[in-house]
Design a protein around this ligand. Structure first.
Ligand SMILES: Nc1ncnc2c1ncn2[C@@H]1O[C@H](COP(=O)(O)OP(=O)(O)OP(=O)(O)O)[C@@H](O)[C@H]1O
Length: 350
């Protein structure tokens, strides 16, 4: 295993810059998710790392070994020691689970005890029963197939594992349990991994580091809580979750806006856009503390609910609260902001 370092990598298709000057470091043994909307260049980035594509600028290094770029002859995929887990359909349908997992092992190991031991070890690692080794892929559920695909990619002890939306074909509950099992397997083997997704919850819940891409560029890479609570701009804020963005005026550590006074993550001064997460908006049903508004709509999800409130000044604000006791449309409520708020200066201002 080794770290992965991408420096100033660019790749175009005709006039489309699919990956534009991307720099990203994935530390040894850590898990990074690459999050971005459709067409932002996520798959192209993975294909560059795997060696299926060659960058026109920049370098890609596994540990201290440069595998592509800067005058180095691009190392072909088969010599890069990369494990690749695609969306679905990755397994060879005519081979059983054991043969699929052993596929990437040296030929002499495959039929030998060494290969059988490695298959058993990998099945255990991805939390599948040992007797699954004799099943064919069509005798497995989608989630089990993806676990086998991961086992196959890990068997030859790759330097880096790349996962391209590996859970996108699974239904919601299977998706959660499969992704957590995959995460545990990668952690147990101290594997350096990069997972591409357009699912915000998946990106935030699995990763040590989230790399957000937009139109070919990497716009932020940081731990999940930092991307969520301190996104680099309001667009990232709205992409990684629901956000209330309000105009305000900042004076040092505080700012005023339609929701009253808020405390800022970093002091600043002047006109700002304030990014408030809906769960930071406290809905007071019992007291008349905070800014008054009228509930327009309540979306009830069981564990929590989303409450759309129209303030007396006409500003519409989304709040998220526990589903145990909630208001109904037409109720008068009072809102106040809890926790720290990120302020952005309007484009063009210092
Ligand atoms: N082989 C290709 N030839 C021409 N254009 C391509 C090629 N591969 C990708 N592109 C273009 O490059 C851009 C980035 O594509 P890419 O597949 O990397 O995006 P993505 O973020 O993975 O999207 P999705 O989430 O939909 O899979 C898109 O505009 C796409 O049309």
């Amino acid at each position: 295993m080794s770290s992965l370092t991408i420096t100033g990598v660019t790749k175009s298709f005709g006039s489309t810059r699919a990956v534009d000057d991307v720099t990203l470091h994935v530390p040894h043994g850590s898990f990074t998710t690459v999050l971005g909307p459709s067409g932002c260049g996520k798959t192209t980035l993975l294909r560059l790392i795997a060696g299926f594509l060659v960058p026109e600028a920049g370098t890609i290094a596994f540990g201290s070994t440069v595998v592509a770029g800067d005058g180095v002859r691009s190392m072909p995929p088969q010599t890069r020691r990369v494990g690749y887990v695609p969306q679905e359909g990755a397994l060879f349908p005519h081979l059983d689970v054991a043969a699929n997992i052993a596929f990437g092992l040296p030929r002499e190991a495959r039929g030998a005890q060494e290969g059988r031991d490695r298959v058993a070890e990998m099945l255990d690692l991805v939390e599948l029963p040992a007797d699954f080794r004799h099943r064919r892929p069509d005798e497995l559920s989608g989630g089990q197939q993806q676990r086998v695909a991961l086992a196959r990619s890990l068997a030859p002890q790759p330097a880096v594992v790349l996962l391209d939306e590996p859970f996108s074909s699974l239904d919601a509950s299977l998706r959660g349990s499969t992704s957590r099992a995959v995460r545990r397997a990668l952690e147990a083997t101290n594997t350096t991994a990069l997972l591409v997704t357009h699912d915000q919850n998946e990106a935030l819940s699995l990763a040590d580091q989230v790399a957000v891409m937009r139109a070919g560029r990497l716009v932020q890479s940081a731990p999940p809580s930092e991307v969520y609570l301190s996104p680099t701009d309001p667009q990232v804020a709205e992409f990684v979750g629901r956000a209330v963005v309000l105009p305000g005026t900042a004076t040092d550590a505080r700012a005023t806006c339609a929701l009253g006074e808020v405390v800022l993550t970093e002091p600043t001064t002047g006109p700002v856009a304030l990014m408030i997460r809906p769960e930071q908006v406290y809905v007071d049903l019992a007291h008349e503390e905070g800014v008054r508004g009228t509930v327009e709509e309540v979306s009830y999800y069981g564990h929590d609910c989303a409450v759309q409130v129209s303030l007396d000044d006409g500003t519409s604000v989304l709040a998220r609260m526990a589903g145990v006791r909630h208001p109904v449309a037409g109720d008068t409520v009072h809102l106040r902001v809890t926790g720290l708020v990120r302020a952005y200066h309007p484009a063009g201002s210092p």
